[in-house]
Design a protein around this ligand. Structure first.
Ligand code: NAI
Length: 767
């Protein structure tokens, strides 16, 4: 029977007196009798550092390793290489970052932890730490121990938690429980930053809001709690740069892992007062050296330190749970029974959790990874190549990469407002599927196109007559897009010629959402008359704004609910909503505060008056929303350029959304309703969505570029390394499986954007 090696901390006298201290070498997780009876060799030790330690001595032939995050036996890649018999690592507790997980994946070593066993214990500790920092508890207690009594000394830096913004980085089991426990404190807002969104219901229950950008997130928080695992993506996450974005005087609590926060940057930020406090129980090295800066660091008022040894997740209650959980995992392993999936970090085929980093997108295809890894392991590179540089290149089926991209896109777009203009943003939906993929997507795919409530506008300066030909009606957007592009032109044209009273079925043919600014085209000097609409230059790409004059009244406010045809502060009188422009009365606006943009277009000076009254304000707002959405579309365009697979995945989503929509339309018609009739409660809403969307997009694009650059650099380093080998070196022989049809090694091919070089090849690897 294989050897079981168990690394725990020494409990000393306390463990002898308290048998419930199960996570100690004295009480051995309560496993000793059971394992010995079954005839297993069970080695328990706290001696874990250095090549002569019990840990390093026994790991070479151990089959099972049991460790605890409270006294971590660091299982590095080197040790994994030496551990030829190792099959499974069990973490008695939560957090397996002390194991090189990527190396474990490569070697097919399973890693399991007792998920959930101490999450309540930690969540309670987090809330306590937040309170003790915000209320300045530690200096107050120290004052009492010293025999002093000077209330003002501690009250000067004591606050209430009520009314503060608290956020968690990571909203998993612990992070969510922290939010739950904070709810009764009536914080101003509860926020979270996590690449996995909480289920809507869970978020609603605690009333928390997700912030997609980390800097944006920390800049909104009075208190930041770190509750994500340590992995390549979180190591040093809270560093000097991020700390600059914290609110001055914010509090930071970290019970996740010490290395997520940069030791020196935190100490400096506390010293300078950039943060007012730091509390936690986790350290970048454990046990922490006596001179570790976090032991004694203070804010400028001599407080703000809530550090304790790593014990938040090892209360006696927690120890009972993780000891029982470790035994269960061991039992399952020994009796070949299935494991609880929630406990599996690395399974037989690789990562089974996303909590330790999003690894679904691989830089290399599976066959490339195999070839690459095979090559690297056959060559002693020394420091020519660092493994950490390819840490993300975990072989995973290409198909999962595509799904992940499509999902990521949907997630991004789920930040969208639920507003779509029927004839602009959904224009591609009106086209045939064959042409649909030339348009950029508007997710969420299942959202219905929104029909606006009927809008009423006045056209012309109150004459009630159709504008003369000197007045060219267009939206600024259509001007920017070329003015006479088929769509823009059509809209403008229709806007003039359609009767104002639009039946729902004709709403889509003009754009009531883009209110007409009034544009006056002056003739160029050599022309006596301005151009007619038909003469309007057709090849304008982007007008030059030569002067912009906007008054304070042009400030956009949120549109009120309802149709917006109410009294206008700018007009001073009620503008009557009109059903037919030739017959209805129109109030002449007092143009004391118009917004005037002057464009120079192909030699014509074009004055565009934006007249701001309620419907216009509302429509103005909608225009800004349209621009925002256009930006998003441009972002997607760029993103899809980099990742063709994403474009394809989105196209498929769009198609099925369109099919679902058609189906819905048919059903509605069968029920006797007009197809374009708005659904009950399908209210028009032009409010702008989160500003962070573009930032997220940009970051995604940047990230992809970085990945590609990294891949190229790896490739060239690999090629260089290969040329350094003597001919005939085993690492130079490449199995024919790893050559493409032209005989090129798979890793030397151009990246194809995740679409799969050769489906058959990748599929075979995916099996
Ligand atoms: N101090 C202590 O005694 C203990 C500390 N811990 C630490 O707390 C961590 C979290 O534990 P659980 O909540 O149970 O884990 P979990 O797996 O339930 O949740 C982790 C969450 O962090 C998120 N996450 C991962 N990387 C992220 C990133 N780069 N940015 C934002 N979010 C990210 C994941 O998506 C997930 O929602 C553990 O990994 C461990 O390091 C856990 C137990 C005890």
């Amino acid at each position: 029977m294989g050897k079981i090696l168990c690394i725990l901390y020494s409990g000393g006298e306390a463990a002898e007196q308290e048998p419930r201290l199960l996570g100690t070498i004295e009480n051995q997780l309560g496993l000793t009798d059971w394992l010995k009876e079954a005839g297993h060799e069970f080695v328990v030790s706290d001696d874990k550092e250095g090549p002569d330690s019990e840990f390093q001595k026994h790991i070479v032939d151990a089959e099972i390793l049991i460790t605890t995050p409270f006294h971590p036996g660091y299982l590095t890649r080197d040790l994994i290489e030496k551990a030829k018999n190792l099959k499974i690592c069990i973490t008695a507790g939560v957090g397996s970052d002390h194991i090189d997980l990527n190396a474990a994946v490569e070697k097919g070593i399973e890693v399991l932890e007792v998920s959930g066993s101490n999450v309540v214990s930690v969540a309670e500790h987090v809330v306590m730490s937040i309170l003790l920092l915000v209320r300045n508890f530690v200096p107050a207690h120290e004052m009492i121990e010293r025999g002093d009594w000077q209330v003002s000394q501690v009250a000067r830096n004591a606050f209430d938690l009520e009314g503060k913004v608290v956020g968690t980085i990571g909203a998993g089991r612990i992070g969510y429980r922290v939010l739950q426990r904070l709810k009764p404190f009536d914080c101003k807002e509860l926020l979270y930053y996590d690449y996995a969104a909480l289920p809507e219901k869970a978020a609603q229950e605690v009333g928390c809001r997700r912030v997609a950008d980390l800097k944006d997130f920390v800049s909104q928080c009075d208190v930041v709690a770190v509750n994500c695992p340590l992995h390549e993506g979180t190591k040093g996450l809270v560093n000097a740069e991020l700390l600059k974005h914290f609110k001055k005087g914010a509090w930071l609590v970290n019970t996740a892992r010490g290395a997520i926060c940069d030791k020196d940057a935190v100490a400096a930020a506390l010293k300078s007062g950039q943060i007012n406090g730091y509390a936690g129980d986790v350290w970048n090295v454990q046990p922490a050296p006596k001179d570790h800066a976090w032991r004694t660091m203070k804010n400028p008022l001599g407080g703000g330190n809530g550090m304790v040894p790593h014990y938040s997740g090892t209360t006696l209650d927690a120890q009972a749970r993780y000891a029982a959980g470790a035994k269960e995992i061991l039992e399952n392993y020994l009796h070949d029974k299935p494991q609880n999936p929630a406990n599996v970090i690395v399974g037989k085929k690789g990562y089974e959790t996303k909590a330790y980093g999003q690894r679904t997108m691989s830089l290399l295809t599976p066959s490339e990874s195999i070839a690459f890894n095979g090559f690297l392991s056959a060559v002693d590179f020394g420091d020519v190549l660092e493994w950490s540089a390819i840490a993300d290149n975990v072989p995973l089926p290409a198909a999962r990469g595509k799904e992940a991209l499509a999902k990521a896109t949907k997630d991004l777009m789920s930040l969208e407002t639920n507003y779509n203009t029927p004839d602009i943003d959904n224009s591609h939906r009106l086209k045939s599927p064959a042409t649909a993929n030339t348009q950029w997507p508007s997710f969420p795919p299942n959202s219905e196109p929104r029909r606006p409530q009927q809008q009423h506008y006045t056209y012309g300066f109150g004459s009630g007559r159709p504008p003369s030909r000197q007045f060219y009606h267009s939206t600024p957007e259509s001007l920017l897009n070329g003015g006479s592009s088929p769509q823009g032109h059509q809209q403008s044209h229709n806007a003039f010629n359609k009767p104002r009273s639009q039946s729902p079925s004709t709403i889509g043919s003009y754009n009531p959402l883009a209110p007409p600014p009034f544009a006056f085209l002056s003739a160029p000097d050599n022309q006596s008359q301005g151009p007619s609409r038909l003469d309007f230059p057709s090849s304008i790409t982007s007008p030059t704004i030569i002067k912009r004059n906007s008054s304070s009244n042009s400030k956009r406010s949120l549109p009120a609910d309802g149709d917006g045809a109410g009294p206008s502060g700018v007009f001073g009188q009620t503008t009557t909503a009109i059903g037919n422009h030739t017959a209805s009365p129109v109030t002449v606006p007092r143009l004391q505060n118009p917004v005037v943009n002057i464009y120079k277009i192909k030699g014509y000076t074009c004055l565009i008056f934006f007249i701001v009254h309620d419907p216009y304000k509302r429509a103005n707002h909608i225009q800004s929303e349209q621009k925002r959405r256009a930006n998003i579309r441009r972002g997607y365009e760029a993103l899809c350029d980099v990742v063709p697979a994403l474009k394809e995945a989105i196209r498929q989503e769009e198609e099925s959304a369109r099919a679902a929509e058609d189906d819905k339309g048919r059903k509605r018609r069968r029920r006797g309703k007009a197809a374009s009739q708005p659904e009950e409660g399908d209210k028009f809403d032009g409010r702008a969505g989160p500003k962070s969307e573009n930032v997220v997009l940009q970051k995604t694009i940047d990230h992809l570029h970085t990945l590609l650059v990294e891949r190229d650099s790896l490739k060239s380093r690999l090629i260089r390394a290969r040329t350094a080998l003597v001919p005939g070196h085993p690492a130079l022989s490449i199995s024919s499986d790893h050559l493409d049809e032209r005989g090129t090694p798979l890793w030397e091919r151009e990246w194809n954007g995740g679409t799969g070089w050769n489906d058959n090849d990748d599929d075979a690897d995916d099996e």
